[in-house]
Design a protein around this ligand. Structure first.
Ligand code: PMP
Length: 361
């Protein structure tokens, strides 16, 4: 059998491991922060109608500039943004890849603050960009001073921030983003995949965009919009950033079907987002109830909760899996992460955890 190491693969990819969140068929899939609520049927019908229309002209390449989609996304984001400020790709993962293809790459570096989204260093590696991990403050926070110190020490070409942070759920103050921006001549990238789950009075990094042409804020339809299977991520930035990404994107990277589905879904944004408050309520319920079961949940502004105090994360993970619940071991000692789903999913998760006894023993 041929092994990977037998192939003439790039030296810098030897020995690396791919993204590997388990994909198992379980009743309670609470491991990759999807929206566990299905798309409302009337909206699904509208999407299917748009898809049917798009299929009829699928003999032609799609709109390479996905103009209608960019207009819809700009309208959804608000903040005075126009279609020129918006760029989209197949998931925010592809947004990040294009960003690193244009602004990172061999000889360039990306500064990040682990624990954070596990794909950030993996996409950095895939694009030949050097990944530099920097320390967070206590409780997974990043103060302006901490961000500036790391930037001054490492002089990266890109700074990656995640707000709220995955896997910890931690909020990121706008002051930290602004200070990071002022401390670098490079790109400051804020991954806002979970922005819709933030408290309503918490401002988005989008508010910082005016006058900051090197600031890039990404979003996704995978989480709040319950659209993970469609693969639609997007960013807002100065229009020149989109021009940079036009140099590296593959022509027609967004299929006609993806564009049609996303435009149709965005026309139903209020229905698609109707479950966000319910999900946030389940998240808050888990944070409130986990201490009584002997765990220490971290405050979360996203659709998941990281909890400490797990005696043996592997054993607890397996014990829950035996009850058809899949959660996530993110590699933080004595901690596990669970996605906030429906009330019924949350009930069952908490019940099963309670049955395992304090600390999951
Ligand atoms: N950013 C963060 C912080 C994430 O947690 C995820 C998904 N887990 C993504 C980006 C990627 O999302 P997608 O590619 O589905 O848009």
């Amino acid at each position: 059998m041929t092994r990977l190491s037998d192939l003439p693969i790039r030296d810098d990819l030897r020995g690396l491991t791919p993204y590997g969140a388990p994909q198992k068929h379980v009743r309670y899939a609470l491991n990759v922060n999807e929206n566990t609520h299905p798309i409302p049927e009337p909206v699904a019908r509208d999407i299917v109608e748009s898809l049917a229309h798009a299929v009829l002209t699928a003999n032609r390449y799609p709109d390479r500039e996905f103009t209608e989609l960019r207009e819809s996304l700009a309208g959804y984001l608000g903040h005075g943004l126009t279609s020129d400020h918006v760029w989209a790709a197949n998931g925010s993962n592809e947004i990040i890849q294009q960003l690193l293809q244009a602004f990172g790459g061999p000889g360039r570096s990306v500064l990040g603050f682990p624990p954070s989204y596990s794909m950030h260093p993996i996409i950095a590696a895939g694009t030949g960009s050097r990944w530099i991990p920097a320390e967070r403050d206590a409780d997974y926070r990043i103060s302006p001073e901490t961000a500036v110190r790391a930037i001054e020490q490492h002089r990266p070409d890109l700074v990656f921030l995640c707000a709220p942070n995955n896997p910890t759920g931690t909020a990121l103050p706008l002051e930290t983003i602004a200070a990071a921006y002022d401390a670098t001549d490079g790109i400051v990238f804020v991954d806002e995949a979970y922005a819709e789950f933030m408290p309503k009075d918490q401002p988005s990094a989008l508010t910082l965009l005016p006058g900051r042409e090197r600031l890039v804020v990404s979003r996704t339809m995978s989480k709040a919009f319950a659209f993970a299977g469609v693969r639609l991520g997007y960013l807002a930035a100065d229009p020149a950033v989109a021009d940079a990404l036009r140099l590296v994107r593959l022509p027609y990277h967004l299929s006609a079907l993806t564009q049609a589905a996303a435009v149709a879904a965005l026309a139903h944004a209020p229905e698609m987002l109707a479950m966000v408050d319910d999900i946030a309520a389940q998240r808050d319920r888990m944070v409130a109830e986990l201490p009584a079961l002997g765990y220490r949940p971290w405050p979360s502004q996203a659709n998941f909760v990281l909890f400490d105090g797990v005696a043996d994360p592997r054993a607890t993970f397996e014990a829950l899996l035996a009850r058809d619940i899949l959660i996530r071991d993110v590699g933080i000692p004595n901690a596990l992460r669970v996605t906030a789903g429906t009330a019924e999913e949350t009930d069952f998760f908490l019940e099963c955890l309670a049955a395992l006894g304090p600390g999951g023993a």
